[in-house]
Structure formats: C-alpha cells, structure tokens
Design a protein around this ligand. Structure first.
Ligand code: FMN
Length: 167
C-alpha cells in the first residue's frame, strides 16, 4: 500500500515547462516535453518582440548584441502573469545566445520566486553546449535548486524521452 502511495506522489508532481524562443526551435522541444510529461507550457514573452534585425549577432549594434554584451540588461517582459506556486518542477528552455541564456530569461528568473522548486534547464543552439549558460545561471541564482541541464538539438522525440527520464 505504501509503495503505491509513494509511486503516486512521484507521478503527481506538478510540472511547468517555461521557454523562451524567437525562431521556434526551442518551442518545439518545449512542446514535446510538455506533451510527454504532462506539463503546462508557459512562454516567456518580451514586452517588445525581437525582429530578425534584433537577432543579427553579426551586427554589434543589434538589440541582441547590445543586450548580451551588457551584463545587467534585463529586457522588460509582457505576456500573462504566471502562478508559480502550483508547480514543483520547472523545465526552463532557451536558445543559446552568445554562449549564455538570452537576457529575458534572466528577467523572468528575477521576477518570480523559485524557492522550493527544482529548475531543469534545456537549450537549443547552433552547436554550442549548454554548459556555460548553466554555470552562469547557477552563479547568479544560487537559491534555486538546479537540475542537470540538457542540450536538445536532436529530435523532438529525444526531447520528450529525456524529460521523461529526469522526472
Ligand atoms: C542573438 C543570437 C545569438 C546566438 N548565439 C549562439 C551561440 O553563442 N552559440 C550557438 O551555438 N548558437 C547561437 N545562436 C543560435 C541559436 O542558439 C539557435 O539557432 C537556437 O536553436 C534558436 O532557438 P529559437 O528558434 O528557439 O529561438 C544564436 C542565435 C541568436 C539569435
């Protein structure tokens, strides 16, 4: 009987899948994770959307370049408010920008209280690993319980399988 109860507690974890995505790649991974583990999806929405010119990393004056070279840049967010207290586990997805998470993800992490939650980072990239971004997140937000991060540049099926494995 006890064993059954324990198993139920395990599967009753309330899961939130938060993501930031500008060109849809991270969104696909987030979607697959939410579907596989039965989590609620929440998109981090900047108050001002990024245009393709904003995303030009070859242009030093583009919005993303300026934000990423400005350590304390915290772009304002829009979108609906999030009720975090309902969730135990938060998957957090983002594209790698300049080997880090995009600054709106920092705005998000500083806007809500993640104490008592486990936050599991995942990312998509053009080839860079997730390691440096996770290292920076742990340094900036030591009060968050961080799960091991995972780069999800493969199939959406792989993304779902990974998520199932860490829950
Ligand atoms: C401003 C900017 C900076 C980027 N910097 C990196 C980088 O440092 N390393 C890398 O591998 N990919 C980099 N990329 C590529 C993205 O990480 C990759 O295309 C990602 O899958 C995009 O996710 P999204 O479609 O969810 O926005 C960068 C893309 C942008 C727009």
């Amino acid at each position: 009987q006890n064993q059954i109860a324990d198993t139920n507690v395990q599967s009753d974890k309330k899961i939130l899948v938060v993501y930031f995505s500008c060109t849809g790649t991270t969104e696909k991974a987030a979607d697959a994770i939410a579907k596989t583990v039965g989590g609620k999806l929440y998109r981090i929405t900047p108050a001002t959307a990024y245009t393709s010119a904003d995303l030009d990393w070859n242009n030093k004056s583009s919005r993303s370049s300026i934000e990423m070279t400005t350590e304390n840049s915290r772009p304002e967010l829009g979108g609906e408010a999030l009720e975090l207290k309902d969730y135990d586990v938060v998957f957090l997805g983002y594209p790698i920008w300049w080997n880090l998470c995009p600054r709106p993800v920092n705005t998000f992490l500083e806007k809500y209280d993640f104490s008592g939650k486990t936050v599991i980072p995942f990312a998509t990239s053009g080839g860079s690993s997730i390691t440096n971004s996770v290292k920076q997140l742990k340094k900036l937000y030591p009060k968050i319980t961080w799960g091991e991060g995972q780069l999800l540049n493969g199939s959406v099926k792989q993304a779902g399988e990974w998520a199932k494995g860490v829950i």
